[in-house]
Design a protein around this ligand. Structure first.
Ligand SMILES: CC(C)(COP(=O)(O)OP(=O)(O)OC[C@H]1O[C@@H](n2cnc3c(N)ncnc32)[C@H](O)[C@@H]1OP(=O)(O)O)[C@@H](O)C(=O)NCCC(=O)NCCS
Length: 317
């Protein structure tokens, strides 16, 4: 694998030991990307122009490390960064559409430029850097949030249960409105162990997110053996939002907006996938989950995926 030259002191020895935060802003003609020119680098040679990047310090949590490096390299603060692919040695993040125009450079860089996606892939060398730009350029800038399930949602859930990509992975069978009400009505009770939410993208209902304390689900407890784990599940029902790289963002939104407010110090966040559900397994991997063997859940064999909030979020939890 290509070694990535990074500025800064010694870095963490566990992956991801460094990060890139692809920083972008929206313009009338598409996104523009912020590239920094490394001091003393040959003008357009390999590693001369890159998005903000840097190492993670030993013991530093992954998300704060990426924010710190973004701040040190550009002066940007209060920037929301979203996961693109955290399942590798060099974590890839992206910003939301930012408004700042002039970065504040530190000694590591001597110039900056805002360029379109195509130009950015020409300037960023070698190809591992250019491919990060291409990956991020394909991901739309969206606002994701959640609302609680209501008894007006059963018809919508019934409609979604007929979607081919959701029937096996989520609903297991197509439901009538009454069938959806029978399955989900109990979850409207705030004391029900499973919290069900409707995922919204740009204000429109597009999917489902749910979470539960493992302690409240005997088969999950038997599977994980840890009563302070939180189990999550998720599905994007509207196909137009699938396969656009939003899976890791959805998973992090569930963790940060639904899991942490409910239980600020879970041992782990866990998720389970059926054999062959590669999209979900891959989205979890890109969100920082690692697989932890297979378990039996409700008579079905499932792969268990685990996320350690302290490792990824540190005190930002
Ligand atoms: C799980 C889900 C939310 C992920 O969202 P998404 O939009 O597919 O996620 P992303 O686009 O970020 O990434 C999906 C990854 O899976 C890959 N993928 C998709 N379908 C695949 C398949 N059949 N085989 C192999 N890989 C596949 C994509 O190529 C992508 O990987 P890449 O980034 O390496 O190219 C969505 O697929 C979904 O709602 N699925 C149905 C419900 C479900 O399975 N829920 C999970 C139950 S635990």
């Amino acid at each position: 694998m290509t070694a990535i030259p990074l500025d800064g002191p010694s870095c963490a020895d566990a992956p991801p030991n460094s990060s890139t935060v692809v920083t972008r802003r929206a313009t009338e003609t598409g996104f523009e990307y912020l590239l920094l020119h490394r001091s003393h680098a040959v003008n357009t040679g390999p590693w001369a122009w890159t998005p903000p990047s840097g190492q993670r310090l030993p013991g530093e949590a992954v998300h704060p490390a990426a924010l710190r490096r973004l701040h040190e390299g550009t002066g940007l603060t209060d920037t929301e960064i979203r996961p693109v692919d955290l399942g590798r040695n060099h974590a890839l993040w992206m910003t939301r559409d930012i408004t700042a125009r002039r970065p504040v450079l530190n000694h590591e860089h001597d110039d900056y430029i805002w360029v379109g996606a195509e130009e950015s892939t020409k300037l960023c060398q070698p190809s591992i850097v250019a491919s990060s730009m291409t990956t991020v350029d394909a991901i739309p800038d969206v606002e994701m949030d959640f609302r609680s399930l209501t008894d007006n949602d059963f018809a919508l859930l019934s409609q979604w249960s007929h979607r081919r990509h959701l029937t096996p992975a989520w609903f297991h069978r197509a439901l009538t409105t009454t069938g959806a009400a029978d399955r989900y009505r109990a979850c409207l009770d705030p004391d029900h162990p499973i919290n069900v939410h409707i995922l919204r993208i740009n204000g429109v209902d597009v999917g489902i997110a749910q979470l539960a304390s493992v302690a409240d689900l005997p088969d999950h407890l038997a599977a994980t053996g840890k009563s302070d784990d939180i189990a999550i599940g998720f599905a994007i029902a509207e196909r137009r939002w699938i396969g656009k790289g939003l899976g890791p963002q959805l998973i992090w939104s569930i963790i940060c907006r639904l899991v942490m407010p409910r239980q600020p110090t879970p041992a782990r966040v866990v998720a389970f996938t059926a054999r062959g559900n590669r999209a979900s397994a891959r989205a979890l991997h890109k969100a920082g989950f690692t697989t932890d063997g297979t378990v039996q859940l409700g008579g079905r064999r499932r792969t268990m995926h685990c996320f350690n909030p302290g490792y990824w979020l540190g005190n930002n939890q």
